[in-house]
Design a protein around this ligand. Structure first.
Ligand code: FES
Ligand SMILES: [Fe+2]
Length: 350
């Protein structure tokens, strides 16, 4: 069960070009391509004649010619030509979805309500002037909620990411959680702590730092984290970041199926933005870090699959996660009244 009247990141902007790009979103196989006007089309990746994936066909202008018997489909999914006959049979069309490019990602809308571009999550740092861009995507064999759970409780950095962004301060500092109508905020201020390995060389910190992680979750599975650190005691918690460095950890998690996800991420930063060597060094460390998450998430999903009804407990650090679950479950229940426990992806003992 997926939320449908919402935007999902379907591709990095650079993944969609002249060719045909296949991707499955919420169990819907789609083919994406860029039209002559620079827009992006997203149509069903299945020919309505004999079901060959259209991504195996070829581009002819702003249309796709099926690679099997040559039927031709426009960017709205309508069949406009059948070889060897003058007419197109009624009903010769495939599904299409609104697609919009924004913040370095291509977003698609699967629902039946009119899409509202204003509801695309704010990830503008990915493409804003004054920020060094860095985006990528990772395939994770785990439910998308496990990925957002991971991002809403960064305690795990202390145990999984010790080589890059984790140290004792993260797990030892309690979080604060706040919910608003559109999302969940989880904040953690680690005052007077050691910078972790990845951050240490980013600025010659002379000693301890005040480090922040300000997490904002919006449904269905988007998480933007304001991260950074400044020399301890120089006013960062009160808004003065002049003695520090900052970035945004951008995360748009898209279900591929019930138990697999596309994890679109970005790490724009606003310091040393022209230092491409630094960008590549950071990229390598972040890829390493996210691959550690991927290994944990896939092992977690496999464990859940072995025993979906196993007893689990919650701890204080789960506060933001539990709020995000409630928010999504309320929206699923609204989408399909009477859904009840089916809104919960994992069986849980209460
Ligand atoms: S399967 Fe596409 S034209 Fe026949
Ligand atoms: Fe992580």
């Amino acid at each position: 069960m997926f939320l449908r009247n919402t935007w999902y990141a379907a591709a990095l902007d650079r993944e969609v070009g002249e060719g045909l790009f296949a991707r499955t979103v919420c169990n819907e196989p789609m083919v994406l391509f860029r039209t002559a006007d620079g827009g992006v089309a997203a149509i069903e990746d299945r020919c309505c004649h004999r079901s060959l994936p259209l991504s195996l066909g070829k581009r002819i202008g702003d249309t796709i010619q099926c690679g099997y018997h040559g039927l031709q489909f426009d960017a709205t999914g309508r069949c406009i030509k059948v070889p060897g006959q003058n007419s197109v049979p009624p009903g010769a069309r495939v599904q299409s979805w609104p697609a919009v490019e924004r913040h370095g990602f291509v977003w698609v809308w699967l629902g039946d309500e009119t899409p509202d571009e204003a509801k695309i999550p704010d990830m503008h740092w990915n493409t804003a002037p004054g920020w060094a861009p860095m985006t990528d995507v990772l395939h994770v064999k785990a439910h998308h909620r496990l990925v957002t759970d991971n991002l809403l409780d960064l305690t795990h950095e202390t145990y999984i990411h010790l080589q890059t962004i984790g140290n004792r301060a993260v797990a030892e500092t309690p979080i604060k959680t706040k919910r608003d109508p559109g999302g969940v905020h989880v904040t953690r201020w680690m005052l007077g702590c050691e910078p972790p390995p990845m951050w240490k060389p980013l600025r010659p910190f002379v000693g301890a730092v005040d480090r922040w992680q300000l997490i904002h979750f919006t449904p269905p599975a988007n998480v933007v984290i304001d991260v950074g650190m400044a020399d301890a005691g120089t006013g960062a918690p009160d808004g003065d970041r002049s003695r520090g460095v900052q970035g945004r950890v951008i995360n748009a998690v898209t279900p591929e199926t019930e138990t697999t996800s596309w994890y679109f991420w970005g790490f724009p930063r606003d310091f040393k933005i022209d230092d491409t060597q630094l960008t590549e060094k950071l990229r390598a460390q972040i890829v390493h870090t996210f691959n550690e998450d991927k290994a944990a998430l896939e092992a977690q999903q496999a464990s859940i699959d072995r025993n979906p009804a196993a007893h689990t407990i919650d701890i204080n650090a789960d506060a933001g996660i539990l709020q995000s679950w409630r928010l999504v479950e309320t929206m699923l229940e609204k989408q399909q009244p009477g859904l009840g426990p089916a809104a919960k992806p994992f069986a849980r003992e209460i």
